[in-house]
Write a protein that binds this ligand. Structure first.
Ligand SMILES: Cc1cc2nc3c(=O)[nH]c(=O)nc-3n(C[C@H](O)[C@H](O)[C@H](O)COP(=O)(O)O)c2cc1C
Length: 388
């Protein structure tokens, strides 16, 4: 991206998340950028997330002081510097080498939680060692109960305190963008994509060194030394088993710490999570990567808070690109908010400093928005500020 004075923009010039997205776009081959910004089928659910979130207005209250603002948030016994964290994103090592480690370091430096995807390139042990107090673990339950038990034990052995079980994909999603680009699972570039990728030398150099498509967390479940495609194929064969409430009961017995269910959209399902001993839910439609006919997650938040907010911790993700999006979600009852693509844009654009830039931008916007509506801390953020 070219700035007004004709210079190419770098992360320090980025004023907002959209700027970081443009810098990330410049660095990535087209098919990789599609992986980052795209979603399933017509991308309706993704667009709904973005469009509906923007439709909520905040009505400022007058004369409330709020000269000093505090956005720090205490969650499951830990106090973080802000009210948002990094959502789990899998298969991202193809975007940038060591991307998960970079996000983990940024999360630790910024003092906010990062949820490591169940299909991380680096094994959970490696990432947790980089940011021992800031990693949450996300699980895609396997068909084989012994693998689930092992994944849970590994997270526990790493000292991870919070487990997030993602339940919102009962069947494989259809990603038309990637299919058109000839990219399947495991990620393989078509000849056309390879030729286009040559115009992005920094990315191509990393890709040529190999290892950008591995899923390290699953390597131990295939024979030692097997190619990364084998671990991925095995994961895919395990992934889309029947998801049932019985699975939550089992997980509750295995995991002693806070247990969060991610991908809840219906208020009755949130109540069921509470009845079965879950500690929290994340209202989420997987950033539009799953059911394309899903409503915007922000539109389901209030109903979930009303049904289960007094029984468990209700969190939210989907479509956050501005600090004011986070404030809207907090006002509507989310106790914490997660961002997926926003920090990915930052880390792809500029590694650890890029991820930190994304976090700083969002924190600054949260702070200004709180001040503008007259709130000095998170407890003051209430539905009364929101108009839709
Ligand atoms: C590239 C990408 C990969 C993702 N991988 C996972 C994953 O492995 N596990 C999971 O629970 N959610 C995954 N998600 C969904 C995110 O956790 C989150 O719900 C979503 O990104 C929020 O929307 P946002 O990107 O608009 O902030 C992924 C999202 C993206 C963009």
């Amino acid at each position: 991206m070219i700035t007004k004075n004709g210079q190419s923009m770098n992360i320090n010039d980025a004023v907002n998340i959209a700027d970081l997205k443009m810098i990330a776009k410049r660095r990535l081959p087209r098919v990789m950028f599609d992986l980052l910004v795209g979603a399933s089928e017509d991308e309706r659910a993704l667009e709904m997330n973005l469009a509906r979130l923007r439709e909520y207005s905040l009505v400022a209250r007058a004369m409330r002081g709020a000269a000093q603002r505090d956005q720090s948030t205490t969650l499951f016994g830990k106090t973080y510097s802000t009210c948002f964290g990094i959502a789990p994103t899998g298969m991202i090592s193809i975007l940038r080498r060591d991307i998960e480690l970079m996000l983990a370091v940024a999360a630790q430096q910024a003092n906010l939680p990062m949820t490591l995807s169940g299909v991380s390139a680096e094994p959970i042990e490696t990432v947790a060692a980089h940011a021992p107090a800031h990693i949450w673990s996300q699980l895609y339950a396997a068909k084989d109960p012994d693998i689930n038990a092992d994944l849970v034990k590994r997270a526990q052995d790493c000292g991870i305190e919070v487990l997030v079980w993602t339940i919102d994909m009962g069947a494989p999603p259809k990603n038309d963008r990637l299919a058109h680009a000839g990219m399947g699972v495991p990620p393989r570039l078509s000849l056309g994509s390879k030729l286009e990728a040559l115009t992005h030398p920094a990315w191509m150099y990393e890709y040529m060194r190999g290892g950008m498509t591995k899923i390290g967390s699953w390597e131990r479940y295939v024979k030692p030394g097997a190619p990364s495609s084998e671990a991925l194929a095995f994961f895919m064969s395990q992934r889309f088993g029947a998801l049932t409430w019985r699975g939550l009961e089992t997980l509750r017995q295995l995991w002693k710490g806070p247990l969060i269910v991610k991908g809840i959209m219906h208020p009755d399902d949130a109540v069921r999570v509470a009845e079965l001993g879950g500690d929290g839910v994340i209202v989420s439609n997987h950033g539009g990567y799953g059911l394309d006919r899903a409503p915007a997650s922000i539109d389901m938040l209030q109903a979930v808070v009303a049904s289960a907010g007094h029984k468990l911790t209700v969190m939210f993700d989907g479509g956050v690109r501005r600090g004011s999006d986070i404030v809207v979600a907090r006002c509507l009852g989310a106790q914490f908010v997660f961002v997926g693509r926003a920090t990915l844009f930052g880390v792809v654009a500029g590694g650890v400093p890029g991820a930190l830039r994304a976090i700083d931008i969002l924190k600054d916007e949260v702070d200004r928005t709180m001040g503008q509506i007259g709130c000095s801390n998170g407890d003051e953020l209430r539905p009364e500020f929101v108009q839709c």
